[in-house]
Design a protein around this ligand. Structure first.
Ligand code: HEM
Length: 166
């Protein structure tokens, strides 16, 4: 079961990451293609990469990863760090969708600068996540947030908020 889930997770991540890396390039091409059949083709391909490929892969990656949480040692700090970066990746995935929603309106453009910034952000995030999962770096949360992983600490935190000690 674990092997199957890891296989699905890694395959989906390959498609998700690859799709995110290629999308800014397709967005940038909007400014280089004149109105007509070529622009329609670019529109169809870009929509297919986002809607038909990258987004379903993201759902499978997140679903299989969530299932793996219950089968692997995910109670260590490196995993929380990974989740923070995955959150950023999901937000930038949504950014690509927002760009796509406006890009093919008349006068829609995606500058070379935006293309380079978005591609670099995806590259840095994907590389950092893969490094964290493979290296599983030792991070001691007691160094910067003592007690954050202590069992019952969240309940204690909220009861302190509700009944502040005089
Ligand atoms: C909500 C999203 C995600 C969840 C819940 C999740 C969860 C997990 C879990 C629990 C494992 C097993 C960890 C272990 O071996 O102890 C795993 C493995 C892995 N994940 Fe994710 N993951 C998510 C997204 C991602 C993303 C976006 C990437 C890369 C860009 C990624 C890359 C990997 C890799 C490379 C492994 C294999 C590690 C190994 O077998 O040694 N994951 N994931």
């Amino acid at each position: 079961m674990t092997v199957f889930l890891k296989f699905a997770h890694l395959a989906a991540i390959a498609i998700w990451s690859g799709g995110l890396l290629v999308l800014p390039f397709l967005f940038w091409q909007r400014g280089t293609v004149a109105d007509g059949p070529d622009l329609d083709r670019l529109h169809r391909i870009t929509r297919f990469v986002y809607v038909g490929m990258t987004s379903p892969a993201a759902v499978i990656a997140i679903g299989s990863g969530t299932a793996l949480i219950f089968l692997q040692a995910t109670f260590q700090e490196w995993f929380s760090l990974k989740m923070v970066l995955v959150g950023a990746m999901v937000m930038l995935h949504v950014v690509a969708g927002l760009v796509l929603g406006h890009l093919f309106l008349p006068n829609g453009r995606f500058s070379l600068f935006s293309y380079l910034v978005l591609t670099s952000a995806y590259l840095v995030l994907v590389s950092a996540i893969i490094w964290i999962v493979l290296a599983k770096p030792h991070v001691d949360s007691n160094d910067f947030a003592p007690g954050v992983f202590k069992p019952g600490a969240l309940g204690q935190f909220f009861s302190d908020i509700r009944t502040p000690t005089p």
